[in-house]
Write a protein of this length. Sequence first.
Length: 369
Amino acid sequence: MIKLHDLHFKPFISEKEIDATIQRMVDEVAAQLKDEIPVFVGVLNGSFMFVSDFVKKYPKPCEVTFIKLASYEGVKSTEDIERLIGLTQDLTGRTVVILEDIIDSGNTLAEIHRIFENENVKELLIATLFHKPEAYKKDFKLHYIGIDIPNKFIVGYGLDYDGLGRDLPEVYQLKTTQHMTNFVLFGPPGAGKGTQANFLKETYNLVHISTGDVFRSNIKNKSALGMLAKSFMDKGELVPDQVTIDMLNAEVEKNAGANGFIFDGFPRTNAQAKALDQLMDEKDSQIDAMIALEVDDEVLVQRLLGRGKTSGRPDDADERIIRNRITEYYKKTAVLKEYYMAQDKYCGVDGVGNISEITERLIKVIDKL
Ligand code: AMP
């Protein structure tokens, strides 16, 4: 995710994909033009990266030149007219290939056709790296198209937002929803996730979703979901992924306007972590960090047995079930540390001490994010 001026943008098209697309376009143009020496005409400013990469890949001799859009005041003082300038070379009888970074409404293309009307070129071909079919309002033929994209604002690879972003080697898309802060509170059963989440949600004005709590409230209400979950929870096993993922998605949807979420007890498997990434992506957002409370197993068992005396939770009352929950954690959940480490999002916090001490440690980590 990047911020340019006041707006946030998310990664959209990678350098690798752009490179492969340009290679394909070069191959198409070269196959069509054979031994003819074309004049490639870039439309500044946006096309400078595309033209540079395109002609470097072009396998045969070619000429390269540029034209540039300049704004003039129109007949009415409120109206700006865009004109292309810089076409100084005689192009009579030449095959001209226009290299555009992006074609959306087609207004620039109309201007290109206007200035080439009297140039007596042999052929005028149009090649564009990006094309927005939904926005295109003209009938001019586009001979070579790189990638069709939705009608959303993009920056990078020559394209700017108010002057910034042209230098980025990949393309980013404007985020349409507000910026959210989301983190996963991680750790084995009894690490103190629920306790700490209650403080953190107040401090950062976030919505706290504990999948364990949602299951327990379903059990209390005797819903079908609750009955299904109970059979697993009573043994200290995990509820199946798809059931849990569907429930989590519904909980997030219920809080559409949230500033962000603290996920507690979710994800617990690789499949859940992937589903959470996908859900965040659909919301134009992401998981900012996994914050893990690190506590020794024997401390966990003692804590959970202690909690079992008052919590009324059947899975806290029996040491065998507690140990099974911890085993499930190491078997299925602990691997998620690597998942988030690979994304540079893992932050470990010592989870032993008194409650307010641990809250302070967490706040220190979160404030640095
Ligand atoms: P917790 O309150 O987080 O300790 O969760 C209590 C129990 O609910 C777990 O032992 C599981 O049976 C079930 N559960 C909670 N979250 C999940 C999850 N993300 N995936 C599967 N099962 C879960």
